[in-house]
Design a protein around this ligand. Structure first.
Ligand SMILES: Cc1ncc(COP(=O)(O)O)c(C=O)c1O
Length: 397
């Protein structure tokens, strides 16, 4: 008999972490792998942020803090949100956690009763459905198509609402597609959320990474009614290249934030004191390093999208933000290599890793069969090398 709980048995391991781990193991064994797997910027954390952490250590800021983060950190979060999202929050509307992933986990634990439904547009970030399942809820997946910019349409949302629907998840700009909702898109969804009293979990972790002057809008900025229903999720991982520091945060309804504090108090306690000090510097210190990274991402994005579209049989959506390309490779399904048929995105990923020595993530993991995800948070040199290999590997099918 297994000792493992039924709750855990229904969830999958993180596919992105798994492919990254496999690629790393191949690399460690001496194989020249080009990895498009990781969802993290390839830049170092800016020096001023590191220095803030050194100062925290030197000054003995190395003890427990308030569970949901220090007031100084919450003030820095509020200041950043005022500037970027044009929304004002009091400190008791804010909680800092150990990464945006932890923030999302706590939200679902705080709001879901058994059987509650959460509407999740696909392609989705891999963790949302599993987090909903872990909380005892039911993920309700909405297929969003490339023809409509990979965005959930208002009629799709309306048609899925039941008396069990508790919340909807919006991730703009999106992992894995890079698609972002315009202000009008969000207004139409906000109206439905307000009319049906649904919470909106607005994952805005890529809000500072957008291209061609696309204006990223926060769901919470669209009026008082939707602000009260929205839980804005963000963090320092992507914007400031601080994935290892593990600081994420949520701003929203005070009662929900209080419930999340309770969960955090009985599980992790505060996020690392030293990382909190670094995050303050990231959020309210000089922003030029973060902007510099975006200008690199934009050049890579232009290149990778153009080159993917130039490959015979591949089409690639032009993203508005984040750092992922999400090409459609389904025209290669049904082709064989060494007697093995490539039937789906998982087979394609395996083929590319084994034959082209290139790591990508299968679209099926994001609820979008037919696609693969390439993170371009890697050097231009790697991008050029990896695309050349993909092109050759596909041509040989
Ligand atoms: C859409 C999205 N949300 C949240 C996260 C969580 O990031 P972190 O836990 O590093 O803050 C990620 C990271 O990949 C992401 O892509």
């Amino acid at each position: 008999m297994s000792f493992i709980s039924e709750r855990v048995k229904q969830i999958k391991p993180s596919a992105t972490l798994a492919i990254t781990a496999k690629a790393k193991a191949m690399k460690a064994s001496g194989i020249d792998i080009v990895s498009f797997g990781a969802g993290e910027p390839d830049f170092d954390t800016p020096d001023n942020i590191k220095e803030a952490a050194h100062n925290a250590i030197r000054s003995g800021f190395t003890k427990y803090t308030a569970v949901g983060g220090t007031d100084e950190l919450k003030e820095a979060i509020a200041a950043r949100m005022k500037e970027d999202c044009h929304v004002e929050y009091a400190l008791n509307n804010i909680i800092a956690s150990c990464g945006g992933k932890h923030s999302l986990y706590n939200i679902f634990q705080a709001i879901i009763n058994p059987g509650d439904e959460v509407i999740i547009p696909s392609p989705y970030w891999v963790s949302y459905p599993d987090m909903v399942l872990l909380a005892g809820g039911k993920p309700v997946i909405v297929d969003c198509h490339e023809e409509t910019g990979f965005k959930m349409q208002p009629h799709q949302l309306s048609s899925l609402i039941t008396e069990k629907t508790k919340a909807i998840v919006i991730n703009s700009p999106s992992n894995p597609t890079g698609a972002a909702y315009t202000e009008d898109d969000l207004k139409a969804l906000a109206e439905i959320a307000v009319n049906n009293n649904l919470l909106v979990i607005s994952d805005e972790i890529y809000n500072r990474i957008s291209y061609n002057n696309f204006k990223v809008v926060s769901m919470a900025s669209l009026g008082e009614e939707i602000r009260k229903l929205t839980l804005v999720v963000n963090g320092v991982s992507k914007t400031y290249s601080m994935t290892g520091w593990r600081i994420g945060y949520v701003a929203g309804d005070e009662e929900i934030v209080k419930a999340m504090n309770k969960i955090q108090a009985q599980s992790t306690s505060n996020p690392t004191s030293i990382s909190q000090a670094a995050a303050i510097e990231a959020l309210i210190g000089p922003q030029a390093p973060a902007e510099e990274m975006v200008s690199h991402f934009e050049k890579r994005k232009d290149y990778i999208v153009q080159e993917l579209n130039a490959i015979n049989g591949v089409t690639c959506f032009d993203p508005q933000g984040a750092f992922y390309a999400f090409p459609n490779v389904s025209s290669y399904f049904g082709k064989s290599h060494g007697g093995d048929e490539i039937k789906n995105s998982a087979d394609m990923t395996r083929y590319l890793l084994e034959e082209a020595k290139v790591a990508v993530v299968p679209g099926g993991e994001f609820g979008a069969e037919g696609y693969i995800r390439l993170s371009y948070a890697t050097s231009m040199e790697n991008i050029e090398k990896g695309l050349k290999r993909i092109k050759e590997a596909l041509a040989s099918l």
